[in-house]
Design a protein around this ligand. Structure first.
Ligand code: FAD
Length: 438
């Protein structure tokens, strides 16, 4: 704790989550010393910093962003934004990724965050230490490196740590028997930048999540022949020309042919994995006991707090959510825990809560790997945290507009980004279909 009795909080990562954490910490100078935000790259924005290269940066660190050149957002700006900082009025609802990066830079300007970010500083280890006068008798040693230069290592002590290192950078590739026999180009969407290099090629895209669908559409525009292979029910909305569907690939035969679950086969030139990412927290000391099993990060009370170390917060690991507002809610909840406005239950009670929550989800048929996918439950989760922490919940129209966009997207994936939304004074909203006019 600093001499003034204010809590010192380290934030790992200056993506949207880390910036949001810093914005809220700075808004409470009564309780918190200015935060230290560690960012390994030279930029804020994380995912939204488009990088033409694939592989590694010059300093040897792996490229973080999975952004592709022509990406436009899949959530309308009216609900994608942080609730206390709207996107510019002049922009359409679905913006190009460069606008999101600018938006995050404006967020830093507006909330004066720049001075608190240490760029080019990679967090190498975070370990708990017992201290007499710390928050709940606990503090954290945070060691950082100057890029990859291990000789320039520094350690600072903090009362709490908010981990905001993102989870769309370490490609997950499912184990498919015989994969090493595939003779064409294997790639993950993390390394996809634009469609042109794949023009006219035959491609099997594995996974029909948002990236899989988006990339299939981009490939269709350059006359690639795409088989969208996935385990969901067949999509019923119109697909772009040249895109067909197939069940998941279950094996690769000796001659490199892909075999689908229904027995059909294909021998594409490219096999692209749109299969998501692994969670990794390489800097967390193993004593903290955070485990990642089948895409579930646990044990975390409210998907955020390890019960044994309640001054560590893993922000933004939930999936199928509206990220920026989610970070806004989680950050305020963290502050309410640290400033005591919400009194955390005992360690045993938190562990029981986690156990019951996971058991209840499993009983509803949710597989372990989908437990962090909150989807429509995110709104109850957000409201619950706001209620516990005693702060403003999201405006009422938020969930409704977001959920409607999901319906429009499922019905008409080819055109939904042509819609524009207007939020009305009474917090209702309306949609205009501008397709063909843009
Ligand atoms: P990130 O943006 O990944 O930021 C993490 C930061 O932590 C990075 O800057 C990284 O350099 C830094 N870092 C990591 N490790 C360390 C370390 N050890 N030391 C120091 N710094 C570290 N969301 C939407 O709302 N709308 C969309 O349309 C949308 N489209 C998307 C499209 C793609 C292709 C992807 C991949 C994601 C998309 N998302 C979208 C989700 C997006 O990831 C979130 O909106 C959000 O940007 C995640 O922010 P974050 O801060 O959690 O992580």
């Amino acid at each position: 704790m600093s001499g003034l009795g204010k809590l010192r909080v380290a934030v790992i990562g200056a993506g949207a989550a880390g910036l949001c954490a810093a914005r809220h910490l700075l808004s409470r100078p009564d309780a918190f010393a200015p935060p230290v935000v560690y960012e390994l790259s030279k930029n804020i924005g994380g995912t939204w910093v488009y990088e033409e290269r694939v592989g590694h940066y010059d300093n040897g660190l792996p490229i973080h962003s999975s952004m592709y050149r022509d990406l436009r957002t899949n959530i309308p700006k009216e609900v994608m934004s942080f609730p206390d900082f709207p996107f510019a009025k002049r922009l359409p609802s679905f913006v190009h990724h460069t606008e999101v990066r600018k938006y995050l830079e404006q967020y830093c300007d507006h909330f004066r965050l720049w001075d608190y970010i240490q760029f080019g500083t990679s967090v190498a280890s975070v370990s708990p230490v017992d201290v007499k006068d710390g928050w709940k008798g606990l503090a954290w040693n945070v060691s950082t490196n100057d890029g990859l230069d291990l000789s320039k290592s520094t350690t600072e002590q903090f009362d709490a740590v908010m981990v905001c290192n993102g989870h769309f950078y370490d490609p997950y590739i499912p184990a498919i028997p015989g994969l090493n026999k595939f003779k064409g180009t294997l790639m993950h969407s993390h390394d996809y930048r634009s469609a042109e290099p794949l023009a006219g090629k035959s491609v099997v895209v594995l996974g029909a999540g948002l990236s899989g669908l988006d990339i299939a559409m981009e490939l269709s525009n350059v006359d690639s022949k795409v088989i969208l292979s996935h385990g969901q029910r067949p999509l019923s909305c119109p697909l772009p020309p040249g895109v067909t569907q197939a069940p998941p690939v279950i094996s690769v035969l000796d001659d490199g042919t892909l075999e689908f679950r229904d027995g059909q086969t294909a021998k594409p030139e490219v096999f692209m994995f749109c299969t998501g990412y692994n969670f990794t927290f390489p800097f967390l000391h193993e004593e903290v006991g955070i485990q990642v099993q089948e895409h579930l990060v646990w044990p975390l009370y409210k998907f955020l707090i390890p019960p044994a170390y309640p001054s560590l917060f893993i922000v933004g690991i939930c999936r199928a959510i509206c990220p920026f507002p989610h970070f806004h809610i989680q950050s305020q909840f963290v502050l309410s825990v640290l400033d005591g406005s919400f009194r955390l239950p005992s360690r045993e009670e938190m562990e029981k809560d986690i156990e019951l929550d996971i058991a209840a989800r499993r009983a509803r048929g949710i597989a372990t790997r989908h437990i962090l996918k909150l989807d429509s439950e995110q709104w109850a989760y957000n409201d619950h945290l706001a209620h516990l922490g005693g702060f403003q919940p999201l405006p009422r129209y938020w969930s409704n507009l977001y959920e409607s966009n999901k319906v429009f997207r499922a019905r008409d994936m080819l055109n939904y980004k042509g819609y524009n939304y207007t939020v009305l004074k009474d917090m209702d909203w309306k949609v205009h279909d501008l397709h063909g006019q843009q």
